[in-house]
Design a protein around this ligand. Structure first.
Ligand SMILES: [Zn+2]
Length: 313
């Protein structure tokens, strides 16, 4: 009995040791898999960060390898923009507002300087940025806005749809579609016989006008496109391919439009150009406002003080 019991004990101990060894091995394997996953996530985060122009901060994920993706992103938002938690809205002040203003300006949305005070111009710039990203344009910078700055895509946004749909569509084709004389966000000026374009050009202008109206509350004035069939006229050297469009620059007082006039609305003009480029990034725009030229949004050309010339590509 004693011997048998002792043998049984010894067998049990051996079994227990084997079980403990298996558990250790399993734990080691789990740790190895977890580390590999952590590395993969860290690489994904690094790629995300690198996709943000000019951003080269150290990975906050590496600093805390056991944290979740959400925590890593939160840390990124903080390290990048002074974002701590919650939201920034009109009335806020401080370094995080300044960082937000700098970021908006770098993205092409003018806040009227980075003074660290969240005023109406910052709110307007933020709303326009949010709209351009397909986010809800509430003028409040929160998690989704900062994720968007960080290059984290919000799935199913309007931006994704619009960009991918239009990017593939050629503006080439027969010049036989007439722009309606008015529509959502636009009216026309000049002779109706000059308002023919390719089907895609006319569609582009209607969509751009609707977005511009939503962003600014203003109505876009559209002038010459092409004559039907793209025939040459004495009105233009170009404008024969159905993909050129002339636009009046927005004004704040309804007066004659020219960038040299007091009533010229540069902010609205900038928004208009951003709406054009958002879905048609290769469009070439001629307009002589020296500020917009300096910002890389337009190019100088003779005779283009009082209208923007857009060539869709
Ligand atoms: Zn033109």
């Amino acid at each position: 009995m004693v011997a048998s019991s002792s043998l049984s004990n010894s067998n049990n101990q051996a079994a227990a040791r084997a079980a403990a060894e298996r558990a250790r091995a399993a734990a080691a394997e789990r740790a190895r898999v977890a580390n590999a996953a952590n590395t993969q996530r860290a690489n994904a985060r690094a790629a995300d960060r690198n996709s943000v122009p000019g951003y080269s901060g150290k990975s906050s994920f590496e600093a805390s390898p056991n944290s979740s993706m959400a925590a890593a992103r939160a840390a990124d938002r903080q390290s990048m923009l002074g974002y701590t938690s919650g939201t920034l809205r009109k009335g806020a002040e401080g370094d995080s507002v300044k960082a937000l203003q700098e970021r908006l300006t770098a993205s092409g949305f003018d806040t009227g300087g980075a003074d660290g005070k969240f005023g109406p111009r910052t709110e307007r710039a933020l709303k326009n940025y949010q709209r351009s990203q397909g986010l809800s344009a509430d003028g409040v910078a929160g998690r989704k806005t900062y994720d968007s700055f960080n290059g984290v895509k919000t799935p199913g946004t309007k931006t994704d749809g619009v960009t991918s749909v239009n990017a593939d569509k050629s503006v080439k084709g027969p010049v036989n579609t007439q722009l309606p004389d008015s529509g959502d966000g636009f009216t026309t000026y000049g002779p109706r016989r000059m308002q023919y374009g390719t089907e895609q050009t006319v569609k582009n202008m209607q969509e751009i006008a609707a977005r511009y109206k939503a962003a600014t509350g203003k109505t876009l004035e559209i002038g010459d496109l092409s004559a039907k069939g793209g025939v040459k006229t004495d009105r233009h050297k170009t404008h024969t391919n159905g993909a050129n469009v002339d636009l009046r620059p927005p004004s704040t007082n309804g007066g004659p439009s020219n960038w040299k006039n007091a009533g010229y609305d540069r902010d609205a003009t900038r928004t208009l150009i951003q709406e054009i480029k958002r879905t048609n990034p290769n469009a070439k725009i001629l307009f002589n406002d020296p500020v917009l030229i300096k910002e890389g949004l337009t190019s100088r050309a003779g005779g283009h003080d009082n209208h923007l010339h857009v060539s869709f590509k």
